[in-house]
Write a protein that binds this ligand. Structure first.
Ligand code: BGC
Length: 430
């Protein structure tokens, strides 16, 4: 890479090679332990009240609602006798609150309306809710705050399951709901897909619009709760996207200041799909001001409000569609090369930090020491599976190996299509 771009990025605190992986692993460990003990921590370590050893009813349909960062999805799911999920009546819409601000009742009624065509199929609903929410022992959940720039402020602090149940009752349906985070669902989907293998522990990772991680913890280590059966274990939602002990570059700070939750979710804002394009765009506007582009390209960049993660990744990953903004005639070849040199490190850094995140969760399980019984990590999310720039997935895997091989930890990265839907069904049928 041209030293001019490298030193510009470095001067502004974006230095991929300079990331101290070991220090970050230690900081993650400290924050996770503090979160479990109820001490101040950027990691909430939220108990899910879901244990992975309960039997799952087979042959019975359950209604699933999946509220993700971008999409709202619903389905009727059955787990058959061999443990395989049969997904039917699948439908997809837009996540309420992603297209401008709405109020709580509009929000809950959008969910209820969306479920109407399938609600009669089962008395139980498995609700995968991909936001930070404090779960109650009966598996309802109170929204702690919004992440991923969702705009429904009046739902913060409200019980999500009860809000939906009220709307369903008004439509004549009394139902039972189990709410779980998408990482918890992903972990459960990994467990049910991997039944034939002898895994020592399970982790669920999402890297899509947002990011987060879940793992299984012994109850006697969740010392902030005094009401747990000390001999049991349950899945913990780390809310790893909120990890704060990571060095922000100038670009991260500029972008963060423009988000609607400035100062929160620093880690997610460095690695997930809702932000990578925005971050790249921030790098480009600063680089344009510093004279890295021709006058026409600089003018074009400054005229944009944003670049999408997909457009930036398609361009830097050498597969732009014809309408890609960087193919605009106002960019010359030198400008385009500068875009690639300036923005590829944004993706490379995300890969390194993702690996740190996965390694931290694997290490936290305390398992994987016997190569015959690896830790199963089920990874879901479009950012992880579809990002091409910097050979994203390979880079994550190489980095992970460099962290875990010397420690003698065996792990297996798996992928289960429709993990959030399957995991929510499993939870609803437990
Ligand atoms: C949310 C998490 C969620 C993750 C992945 C984050 O923004 O806070 O609860 O698991 O995105 O969807």
């Amino acid at each position: 890479m041209s030293s001019r771009e490298v030193s510009f990025l470095k001067q502004n605190g974006l230095d991929v090679e300079g990331i101290d992986r070991e220090a970050l692993l230690l900081a993650f460990e400290e924050e996770m332990n503090a979160g479990l003990a109820g001490q101040p921590s950027s990691l909430m370590m939220i108990p899910s009240f879901i244990s992975i050893d309960k039997p799952v009813k087979t042959g019975t349909p359950v209604v699933v609602l999946d509220a993700g960062g971008t999409n709202l999805r619903a389905a009727v799911v059955k787990i058959n006798a061999s443990g395989k999920a049969e997904i039917g009546a699948f439908s997809k819409s837009v996540m309420p609150g992603t297209k401008g601000e709405i109020d709580a009742e509009t929000f809950f009624s959008a969910f209820a309306d969306f479920l109407m065509p399938i609600v009669a199929e089962s008395d139980s609903i498995g609700f995968c809710f991909s936001y930070p929410a404090e779960v109650t022992p009966d598996c309802d959940a109170r929204l702690i705050r919004w992440s991923k720039q969702i705009q429904v402020p009046s739902v913060v602090g409200k019980m999500i399951g009860s809000g939906l149940l009220r709307q369903l009752a008004q439509r004549g349906y009394m139902r039972r709901i189990v709410i779980l985070n998408d990482t918890v669902a992903t972990l459960l989907a990994g467990k049910s897909a991997g039944v034939s293998r002898d895994y020592s522990a399970y982790v669920g990772l999402i890297l899509g619009t947002g990011t987060n991680t879940a793992y299984v913890e012994r109850n006697d280590r969740i010392t902030k709760r005094t009401d747990l059966d000390k001999t049991g274990s349950m899945v913990i939602n780390i809310e790893s996207g909120a990890f704060r002990r990571v060095q922000q570059s100038t670009f991260d700070k500029i972008m963060d200041a423009a988000t609607n939750d400035c100062g929160h979710y620093s880690f997610e804002k460095m690695i997930s799909g809702a932000y990578l394009g925005w971050l790249g765009y921030t790098v480009l506007t600063e680089a344009a001001k510093a004279g890295f582009f021709s006058a026409t390209a600089a003018e074009k960049i400054m005229s944009w409000k944003m670049v999408s993660s997909k457009d930036l990744d398609d361009f830097c990953g050498a597969s732009p569609e014809v309408d890609n903004p960087f193919l605009d005639a106002m960019f010359g070849e030198d400008d385009r090369e500068a875009v690639i040199r300036l923005c590829t490190p944004v993706f490379e850094r995300a890969a390194v930090l993702t690996a740190v995140n996965i390694a931290s969760a694997i290490l936290k399980t305390g398992e994987g020491k016997d190569p015959a019984r690896p830790v199963c990590v089920n990874v879901d999310g479009s950012t992880y599976h579809r990002t091409r720039t910097a050979q994203f997935r390979n880079r994550v895997q190489q980095e992970l190996q460099q962290m875990l091989l010397p420690r003698g930890i065996a792990y297996d990265l798996i992928r289960v299509d429709e993990s959030p839907v399957i995991g929510a069904a499993v939870a609803g049928l437990m």
